[in-house]
Write a protein that binds this ligand. Structure first.
Ligand SMILES: [Zn+2]
Length: 212
């Protein structure tokens, strides 16, 4: 079965070369993008395709549950490099509805090592518990927690030192909060954009918006 993937790759590369013989050559020489997208590792959540961008047009960071731990060297590097070197103008924090990691954070089952990673999400869910107590439908509660997680991660990104430094140096940089639905393939834009340090507060303050 794995050979199929290699054959698919050859077909893909040939098609790309036919469509634009210079494209891959350009990619090999430079990376130029205005966008950094931060999202979940979930295989059902594509990155550049769903917003009509080609490969090479979006820098992507993915981890399980789309977390932004302040001491995670991977996350910090993925923030610093595109900010300092590529000079991205937009950071998109894109969560998705129906996230299995959120389900796992909300139940009390033990899963081993991943519980330590999910702890960040479980803590957030715990802080929201009272607010979401009235939501009796479990799927809706998961989606509410997904939204809250998007806002929290957007806030964490906005409080990152590299971001604050960029704003202090008048670098044009917007942080956006989105939610993608695996059910209909559509992105919900909650009109959450931070263009400066003061705007970051809005990420955390917004209340749960029933949708999806
Ligand atoms: Zn997920």
């Amino acid at each position: 079965m794995i050979d199929t993937l290699i054959r698919n790759n050859m077909a893909w590369a040939r098609a790309r070369m036919r469509a634009d013989p210079q494209l891959l050559m350009r990619f090999s020489e430079q990376q130029a993008t205005e966008y950094l997208r931060k999202s979940c590792s979930d295989s059902r959540v594509p990155a550049n395709e769903v917003v009509g961008l080609d490969s090479g047009e979006m820098f992507v960071h993915r981890n399980m549950e789309n977390l932004a731990p302040s001491r995670d060297i991977n996350f910090l590097s993925v923030i610093q490099y595109p900010l300092k070197v590529l000079k991205v103008r937009h950071i998109i924090v894109c969560r998705h509805y129906g996230c299995h990691g959120v389900c796992a954070a909300l139940d009390s089952n033990r899963r081993g090592l991943i519980d330590y990673w999910l702890q960040l999400l479980a803590d957030l869910a715990h802080r929201c518990a009272e607010r979401f107590d009235a939501i009796t439908d479990f799927k809706t509660k998961i989606n509410a927690t997904c939204q809250q997680n998007m806002r929290a991660q957007g806030e964490y990104v906005g409080r990152n030192r590299f971001i604050i430094d960029a704003w202090c140096q008048w670098q044009t940089l917007d942080i956006h909060g989105w939610i993608y639905s695996v059910r209909d393939g559509l992105i919900r834009n909650f009109d959450l954009t931070a263009e400066k340090t003061m705007d970051v507060e809005t990420f955390a303050r917004r209340s749960w918006c029933p949708d999806g």
